[in-house]
Design a binder for this molecule. Structure first.
Ligand code: BDR
Ligand code: CA
Length: 315
């Protein structure tokens, strides 16, 4: 089983991604770091610990990461999307377990040594912890087998500004640092995540599950569906983080169009701040100077994630 480290800001769709990872037999979730984004990093860790306890997975270490981003403080989260507690107002049984004493950065570095060469890094929040880990130990990429990151918008509108996606815009400098590092990155942007949804029937199937984590996911989605209703014209939601998780796992959904192109992040202070600029000219016969580019940006996958996700969470 391939070891995976998850960095997240739990978060409703983060919780769905976590449920999917736990239900995926080909990977082993070996650690979780949290970062402020949807909610502050300490609450994200609390949510993650409570969800893991619900799944009976108290063996997976959870470490609190950065509260503030590289260039600015935590902005108060996305409670209109994810609820006041980050998980749609759902109250979970409180896990007795506390987060690790180590920070998310230290946990990631430690696990990168323990699983050197094998550890896959999956990021589904702002990547502040990853930038801090690279600063603390620039040799980290040598021990990471690959990175899958939910973030960005290549050819579509943003979701937090007209051009920027939330995970990137919450810490553009950190995202630029991650994209510059010497590792293979698969970036999963809004272009593709917005195409994958769950609807009311799926939610009912989750609520009917015997698995308490799956039922909790069904409850949380109620709040998430309210947010997405005006966007899709009916109750439902986008599967941002679950799609990145599924691509990282590689069992059910495969990227069919994922060009390897340079992606830069706008770190200026103007209206473009946080935009991901993917040089898709590289899909035409490409200039040689694109050689060495290690970022793929996912633009299409082979099947809808929704049915596979519901199947995985309810079996
Ligand atoms: C991303 O932002 C967060 O709100 C979601 O959890 C997801 O990681 C989508 O832009
Ligand atoms: Ca997230």
């Amino acid at each position: 089983r391939r070891p995976v480290f998850l960095d997240c800001d739990t978060g409703i769709d983060d919780a769905v991604a976590l449920a999917y990872l736990l239900a995926s037999p080909s990977i082993e979730l070996v650690g979780v770091g949290t970062v402020s984004g949807n909610i502050d990093s300490a609450t994200a860790a609390r949510n993650t610990l409570d969800l893991l306890a619900l799944a009976g997975r108290t063996d997976i270490p959870v470490a609190v990461g950065a509260h503030d981003h590289l260039s600015h403080g935590y902005g108060g989260g996305a409670t209109h999307v994810h609820g006041e507690n980050g998980i749609g107002g759902v109250t979970l049984p409180t896990a007795t377990r506390a987060p690790e004493d180590a920070s998310a950065v230290d946990l990631l570095l430690e696990l990168s040594h323990r699983h050197a060469g094998d550890l896959h890094l999956l990021t589904i929040g702002p990547v502040t912890n990853i930038a801090l880990a690279l600063a603390a130990d620039p040799s980290l990429p040598e021990r990471i087998s690959g990175v899958t990151a939910m973030g960005g918008a290549a050819l579509c509108a943003g979701n937090i500004t007209p051009v920027a996606e939330a995970n990137i815009a919450n810490d553009p400098e950190a995202a630029a640092t991650m994209l510059d590092a010497a590792w293979d990155i698969t970036l999963v942007p809004l272009d593709v995540t917005m195409e994958h949804t769950l609807g009311e029937e799926d939610r009912e199937a989750l609520l009917a599950s015997a698995n308490p984590f799956t039922r909790a996911v069904g409850e949380m989605l109620d709040h998430y569906f309210d947010f997405y209703r005006p966007i899709y014209g009916e109750r439902g939601c986008a599967l941002h983080d679950p799609l990145a998780a599924a691509i990282a796992v590689g069992d059910g959904v495969t990227a069919t169009r994922a060009p390897r192109v340079p992606v830069i992040v706008d770190t200026t202070s103007g209206p473009g701040r946080g935009q991901t600029i993917a040089d898709l000219r590289g899909q035409r016969p490409r200039p040689r100077d694109h050689d060495g580019v290690r970022t793929r940006i996912v633009l299409e996958v082979d099947r809808p994630l929704g049915p596979h996700l519901v199947d995985t969470l309810t079996r």
